[in-house]
Design a protein around this ligand. Sequence first.
Ligand code: FES
Ligand SMILES: [Fe+2]
Length: 385
Amino acid sequence: MTVITAEGTGEILDELRRYLDEDPPAISLPPRAYTSPELWELERERIFGRSWMLVAHAGQLAETGDYVALSIAGEAVVVTRGADGTLSAMSPICRHRLMPLVELGAGRTDSFTCPYHRWNYGLDGRLRGAPHMGGNKDFNVKNCRLPGFAVEEWNGLVYVNLDAAAEPIGAHLDLAAPDFVNYRLGDLVQVITVAEEWQANWKLALENGSENYHVIGLHRNTLEPFLPGGGDPHIKQYSPWVLHARTPFAAPIEPEALDLSELEKAHGMALLSFPTGGFLAMGDQVVWLSFIPLSIDRVQVVGGVLMPPELVASVDPEALARAQQTITAMVNNEDKVGLEAVQRGVTSRFAERGHLSPKEPGVIVFYQNLARALTREGDAWPGKL
Ligand code: FES
Ligand SMILES: [Fe+2]
């Protein structure tokens, strides 16, 4: 196992620790935090090697053989639905001579056959057959399988952790569950799936997703009229993993299918799960997104729009999907264009840290989680409740 030291990241880590002070500074990260290769290596080890990542909705993995393949900070991962209904997450790298078994994306298959020499693996990662290997006395098909990762489903959301021995995340998410009972998360169906790639450091995407202030700029013609960026957010942190944020609508909305409280009718209700995932419930719909890094300056944006089944059944499903696709693509593109520009900004030789608005408390909480995760060596983070 490679041991990564914090060498070269000392100054950034010192600055990060200051966010854990009783009175944290309301300033953005040092610009080098978005471009330092040393910090990126540390993030790969201390965050992405041991954190729960929101990767899919169960609706994408409904049938036997459905799979989703992605990269978690450069580490290939495939999540499958087996014939017995269980989810498996594993490393889709062939055990023969390390050919990736599957491209990034999604699909349905009954097994994975390596294109190189046709070794064949089951949906649970077990090797089922390997041609012309009978003469190698050290090799036994039965002892060969793809390395497994931890996988957990919570209210239809599928989380993966590269640390197979990680403490479960469900208990952490359950702390916020009472805030979302009326949204019936477990019943919702995914009407569209989001899969994009943005040219930006993952932390820029997460900062952006942790505040609604940018709606006055990037989304001024789309979201601003109903979820104004000047609204005062109310946040509640349940655990280092889980933050609940409530943002006021311009005017209360009347859901068609869900039975919401007056507070819920008047607010967008978000749950953010560090490091990269979250969802925003707005009346009858829940939009989930996860910003999973591919590399230091590229991020996979995966997500979906969820709605109550009775609402979906009452309309033309294709028209509904088209309408959702149009608005989601428009809003996501506004963020993409904005963040790709910020990515150019952070590389300026004249870039400096900036002051944050009181409308951005979620950004400071994100920095605090980042500080906790990056400055903790060795042991699992954040561990048991
Ligand atoms: S590398 Fe996969 S079968 Fe040879
Ligand atoms: Fe946005």
